[in-house]
Design a protein around this ligand. Structure first.
Ligand SMILES: *Cc1c(COP(=O)(O)O)cnc(C)c1O
Length: 410
């Protein structure tokens, strides 16, 4: 039986149309866009066509899109350069404004969190906003956190672990009212939600190709015209002198194609994905005892299902699911393979022992209902098998111990 891929928040398969669009630029169309001959001009035109496509998806100007190596670079650039620009301003260090203050959240991706930590080492102060049990920030708390020296608000559009969508429009309004730059990491949201950056009051937005069926190692940063963002990578004059280095032409062409396809029949595709998600959530909660849904039901990415199963280890569950050909993720700090429970679940108030039993299933448009059924059957079987070997589960079943109270059940 073919495997089932349910880890679309980690990365997505490249669409065939994207691969086909890229191929000429890995073959005969190898020109350097900076050149002055026909081969180079053709590469440059392909790159600018991709930029135009992406700008159209956001309702912005082509000059407001800068290609980067992906979400991590876009986040680093937006945050570090916003601070650098503020420090260069004449009034910096006068009128008591000696510090540089950033407002972000406790549930950001590490690309944002670790960038902020690095800036703290350099003397910046950072407020990490709390989230409620659904994973949403309070805009009132955000507004209260603003100080005279606040130079940047960075709040993700949607979370990669629990899929919670933040009140971006309201955050944009607050940022504008206080004349503070607003950056949003939209890596998980781009291609899934409409993001009219002007109407949402977004000044800078990060996105990544491989999270929306494009290639890896390519992404973009939207920077509103009028925001004077210093360059992040110094060198040649590429990307209007803001991001040096010979452009990743095949990647940019692929990103353009994936952006175009993601924004074609988006609502229809997302509706289908959400139906699979709701079915998966309902069946797991109804058919596996001691299961709990993490995150919001209402403000949730269409493809995200994040469930904690009491009395098991998420990492152990992943091993069993892998044997069944199912690709999924757990609720621990991903890449490091660390046993620390996720900072996101922690911030949402989930006790460590429950966070440890977390499974993240993220659905893509090519998944099917039949796959949801097969996944549910496998998960039921694997969870039961793990619980058979759990002393805590045995204690509970024999009445020696009460379970912790559990949250949302459908
Ligand atoms: C994947 C991801 C990133 C990093 O993007 P890369 O292109 O892999 O560097 C940043 N933020 C979020 C929310 C992500 O999901």
């Amino acid at each position: 039986m073919p495997g089932i891929y349910l880890d679309h928040a980690a990365t997505t398969p490249v669409r065939p149309e994207v691969r086909e669009a890229m191929l000429p630029y890995l073959k005969e169309q190898y020109g350097n866009p900076s050149g002055l001959y026909q081969l180079a001009v053709e590469a440059e035109e392909a790159m600018e066509a991709a930029r135009k496509t992406i700008a159209a998806t956001l309702g912005c100007e082509t000059e407001e899109i800068y290609f980067t190596s992906g979400g991590t670079e876009s986040d680093n650039w937006a945050i570090k350069s916003a601070v650098e620009a503020a420090k260069k301003r004449k009034d910096f260090g006068t009128g008591g404004r000696r510090c540089c203050h950033i407002i972000t959240t406790q549930i950001e991706h590490h690309a944002v969190l670790h960038t902020c930590r690095a800036l703290e080492e350099e003397g910046c102060e950072v407020t990490y906003l709390r989230v409620n049990e659904m994973g949403q920030i309070s805009v009132r708390e955000l507004e209260k956190a603003i100080r005279p020296d606040t130079v940047l608000i960075s709040v993700m559009t949607a979370n990669n672990e629990v899929g919670t969508i933040q009140p971006v429009r309201e955050i944009g309004k607050i940022a504008r009212r206080h004349h503070i730059l607003f950056h949003t990491d939209a890596v998980q949201a781009y291609g899934h939600l409409p993001l009219p950056v002007k109407r949402l009051g977004i000044d800078m937005m990060s996105a990544s190709g491989h999270k929306c069926n494009g290639p890896k190692g390519i992404g973009f940063l939207y920077v509103r015209k009028g925001v004077d963002l210093p360059p992040f990578i110094h060198g040649g004059g590429q990307e209007r002198g803001k991001r040096a280095g010979t452009e990743n032409v095949p990647g940019i062409v692929g990103l353009g194609m994936s952006a175009r396809l993601a924004h074609t029949k988006m609502a229809e595709r997302e509706k289908k994905t959400a139906a699979m998600r709701d079915y998966l959530i309902r069946r797991l909660l109804n058919e596996v005892p001691f299961a709990r849904l993490n995150g919001s039901l209402r403000y949730r990415l269409a493809g995200n299902c994040n469930i904690s199963f009491q009395f098991i280890e998420g990492a152990a569950l992943l091993v069993l699911l892998d044997e069944e050909g199912i690709c999924a993720a757990a609720g621990s700090a991903c890449s490091t393979g660390s046993k620390e429970p996720s900072h996101v679940l922690k911030a949402m108030g989930l006790p460590d022992n429950i966070a440890h039993g977390t499974l993240r299933l993220t659905i893509g448009y090519q998944n099917t209902m039949e796959e949801m059924d097969r996944a549910v059957e496998c998960i039921k079987k694997c969870v039961a098998r793990l619980r058979q070997n759990s002393p805590e589960f045995e204690d509970y079943m024999s009445g020696r111990k009460m379970p912790l109270s559990f949250g949302i059940r459908l």
